[in-house]
Write a protein that binds this ligand. Structure first.
Ligand SMILES: Cc1ncc(COP(=O)(O)O)c(C=O)c1O
Length: 424
């Protein structure tokens, strides 16, 4: 994002730091790209709400004809509030999970959205809750992993889905309960290499082509999310045109295998939202440690955002481009570690996937300058917490040259509101 286009300093003065900044034009463009990608017979795109559930994001997804992949009862209800249709004709909202938790079972039954079965026991629970309707089966295809090894989305060590060799047992349970299986699903994610994604998708199509003859009611096969986003400056943008060919070829292959029309759904989360957002933090200090027998010294830029605001670097060693805005911006780069306010040594934004410090060439900022973390729209605010009772950051939406506060900073009152003393 070109930072010179936004009055970040003025906004920081109004809403305080840290805050999330979302550019509505980029969001609109990205959902437009997904709509074009799946504009054609037999193709449908869902948005994986987990990446960013902000109402503005859901409304933009809706405007572009996206359907929804929700992973909690409350995500289903947030989609409903944003205008998505409930029911399963068509199954605009699908509920994907490996267990029902909280209100999920009730929300699925009451709203008739399509449950995507990640563990066979969910079929029993649905039957006991009086559900009558179709289901999808989430398959663990035996291969695949996400953008980092920690995201284990397929294979013997993955908790997700029904093991591919056991799918017929799950189907039998669904048959016994009277639930037609109308969709087959898998999500194996991005893979660490950009081309691995293409191979994963082709391999999934081949697996589903093999399974389909057992499923006379299946109308759609869902290949999950995982379209890569180029976080690193030298990373290539993923060529959506090539994915379009894989999807169109997949529809032909699946239709031939089933000997009737079978469509393909995809459900990216990261792709439409990652690049539309910044996390804007204030520089509080610049300090150094010195080399000794334990290791080399470092220069630290201390900012007021921490892993409570953006957990990906601490959790996965994920890379986010960092810029300095303010007095120091034009200075020659020096190696800096960027660290947050939490009393946790892992509260560092410049780490590699081995959890080691990875100093970044950055201009030396002055206290009071802004440090901006780019590409923070996916699993950013969505995974933030109020750890150490810091309120979750404000969210600002930028559209047509105007800024709107779409989520205010969480206050102490918000945090303590649910505390109680009730006899049980
Ligand atoms: C079931 C499912 N679908 C879709 C997604 C979205 O993946 P991504 O954000 O990589 O596109 C996820 C992410 O974890 C997921 O678990």
């Amino acid at each position: 994002m070109d930072l010179s286009r936004y009055p970040l300093d003025v906004l920081a003065g109004r809403v305080g730091t840290p805050f999330y900044f979302y550019d509505g034009a980029i969001l609109d463009q990205k959902f437009g790209e997904l709509a074009a990608l799946t504009d054609g017979p037999g193709l449908q795109c869902r948005f994986a709400v987990k990446a960013n559930p902000a109402c503005k994001v859901l409304e933009t997804a809706h405007k572009h004809g996206m359907w929804i992949d929700a992973v909690s009862g409350n995500e289903v209800l947030r989609a409903k509030r944003a205008g998505f249709a409930m029911g399963n004709e068509p199954p605009t909202v699908m509920y994907t999970a490996d267990v029902f938790r909280d209100n999920a079972l009730q929300v699925v039954v009451e709203n008739g959205v399509l449950p995507n079965i990640g563990s066979p026991g969910m079929i029993r629970e649905l039957a006991e809750a009086g559900y009558r309707g179709p289901v999808a089966l989430r398959i663990n295809p035996g291969f695949g992993h996400g953008h980092v090894q920690a995201c284990d989305t397929g294979g013997p060590s993955s908790k997700h889905g029904i093991w591919y060799e056991d799918h017929l047992e799950a189907k039998q349970l669904a048959d016994d309960a009277g639930f037609p299986v109308v969709a087959l699903h898998a999500h194996v994610g991005t893979g660490p290499q950009i081309r691995e994604f293409d191979e994963n998708m082709k391999q999934l199509v081949a697996l589903f082509a093999h399974l389909l003859p057992h499923y006379p009611d299946v109308r759609n096969v869902n290949l999950g999310g995982g379209i890569p986003h180029p976080y690193k400056p030298d990373a290539q943008a993923y060529p959506l045109d090539e994915y379009r060919e894989i999807l169109q070829g997949g529809v032909r292959q699946l239709t031939a295998a089933a000997e009737r029309p079978v469509g393909i759904e995809i459900e990216p989360g990261r792709y439409p939202v990652a690049g539309m957002a910044l996390l804007v933090a204030r520089v509080k200090d610049v300090k150094t440690t010195r080399t000794n027998e334990k290791g080399p010294g470092h220069q630290f830029i201390m900012v007021d955002a921490g892993f409570n605001d953006l957990v990906r670097p601490a959790m996965y060693g994920s890379y986010h481009k960092i810029s300095v805005v303010g007095q120091g911006a034009g200075r020659a780069p020096e190696p800096f570690v960027v660290a947050g306010p939490l009393c946790e040594s892992g509260d560092v934004f410049t780490r590699d996937d081995q959890e080691l410090l990875q100093p970044r060439p950055l201009p030396r900022p002055e206290p009071g300058d802004l440090v901006v973390l780019h590409d923070a729209g996916a699993y950013g605010a969505a995974m933030s917490s109020n750890y150490v009772s810091l309120g979750r950051a404000a969210q600002v939406f930028w559209e047509d040259g105007k800024a709107t506060l779409i989520a205010r900073r969480e206050t102490l009152e918000d945090i303590v509101r649910r505390e109680c003393e009730e006899a049980l």
